[in-house]
Design a protein around this ligand. Structure first.
Ligand code: 4NP
Length: 152
């Protein structure tokens, strides 16, 4: 199964989501990747604060480089998780048909009765925003991993 995590820049939230989900799934039967809807940070490393919060939780995300989401990703992935509703809308704009649209979900919708719909964009905030984002993505990815392992 192939799962894609998408945010705006592909340097803060989706690299964390990629790293966290990868750590919860067996490598042989799952592909996890991430992308940004913008072209702002192509080929860049994740944000230093994302690298640090991942490291604090024993994850290394320094192998990742920024890339932009494209229409071909609808063919390459079975599940596409948007970090927030703005990312969701930008992905849906590129969809070609109902099947493309059906692959796209909001990551926080995976957590039952969660108070938030959007993973807050931590880019312009402090370090604490990144820890907060890590915790909610860890919770969501645990549920995604359990579901994916059952339906594989
Ligand atoms: P991300 O955060 O979408 O979680 O990677 C952002 C990174 C960069 C920018 C915005 C959000 N930016 O405007 O450059």
């Amino acid at each position: 199964m192939k799962i894609l995590m998408v945010c705006l820049g592909n340097i803060c939230r989706s690299p964390l989501a990629e790293g966290i989900l990868k750590s919860k799934l067996p490598k042989d039967s799952f592909t996890v990747d991430s992308a940004g809807t913008s072209n702002y940070h192509i080929n860049e490393l994740p944000d230093r604060r994302s690298i640090e919060v991942a490291k604090k939780h024993n994850l290394d995300i320094t192998n990742q480089r920024g890339r932009q989401f494209s229409t071909e990703d609808f063919d390459a992935f079975e599940l596409i998780y948007a970090m927030d509703t703005s990312n969701y809308k930008n992905i849906i704009k590129l969809a070609r048909n109902p099947e493309d649209i059906s692959k796209v979900k909001l990551i926080l919708d995976e957590i039952p009765e969660y108070e938030l719909k959007d993973v807050p964009d931590p880019y312009y905030g402090g370090e604490n925003g990144f820890e907060n984002v890590f915790k909610m993505l860890d919770l969501a990815c645990q549920i995604v991993a359990e579901k994916a392992t059952l339906t594989r």
